[in-house]
Design a protein around this ligand. Sequence first.
Ligand SMILES: [Zn+2]
Length: 374
Amino acid sequence: MSAGRTLPEPNRGRLSDGREILLFDVGAPPPLGVDRRDLPPRPAAPQTVIRRDPVTGDEVVISPARQDRTHLPPRRECPLCPDPDGLTGEIPAADYRVAVFENRFPSLAGSSDPGSAVPAPADDLRAERPGVGRCEVVCFTSDHDGSFGSLPPRQARLAIDVLAHRTEELLALDEVTEVHCFENRGEEVGVTLAHPHGQIYAYPFITPRTESMMREAARHRARTGDDLFDSILAHEVDDGERILVRTALTTAFVPYAARWPVEAHVYPNRGVRRLAELTDDEADDLAAVYQSILRACDALYDRPLPYVASWHQYRIGAAEGRLHAEVFSIQRSAEKLKYLAGSESARDAFITDKTPEDIAAGLRAALDPGVHHG
Ligand SMILES: [Zn+2]
């Protein structure tokens, strides 16, 4: 990897059940207290399995233990707020800037035991293996009522650097082939904790969407000799109609074939595979443009928009791929949600009633005054 900048080094500790916790700061990270909770030790072996769908070839993670996880606790019991006493929360510290810890109810956990080879599948149709990998929670701020879009710029940049740090460290694990940093925001998209946080899934397989993107990028390169994402960016700039923000270093736009009622993609102008490859200036600018898109989302209907924000990054040595963020929402008007109905959920065939150009016009009008439209 060509490291574009220095990433922050965390203060590392363990929670009472053995899970790792990391505190990050712009300067020296704050001290960690002691987790005094009496938690059952976490299981040594993965508790989930991955089965391959023989019809589509897609992997499915089967994770029954997640049924029991915490669901929207009252604010005073928020497990993501700093807990100086180490008695109730997940973060035993007087305060923190950005905190990361291993998920207590992980869909993927642990590594393959090198001594015990995964048994060969009974046959091609029944391929099952342990759900190895890692799931982490990232608290973007200690402020319970904050949001990523409204973080001070330095804090947003730190959060981005933390995602970069985690991506590099997790991709270095033998069992991990893809790292997905994302934020689910709003009860409408299944969020069970109101505190501003994201998640990191380190998968032991390439996800279906990444597979499709890599396939299309390889096809485009074979046909034209060009990088798919460079071509997309050049066409978007040329068209102009769907551009939301364009700076010297970053471009945000509504994709040509947007599938969601609100959708925006944020690309660094220079093609890199991962967050860690950005220079300081690029990382600052990407964080700022990303935040302006999140604020526009909230301004759109004058209420916090439920959204999913997903960072696409590619493993070391990947032949194709470009770092970018995709932000989308199922909110199709101030009152109405788009539910995935038959065509979408049964066929992956999206039908949308808003043109991408109209989505772009709406988001542009909702941007902070003075944001550059390119
Ligand atoms: Zn909280």
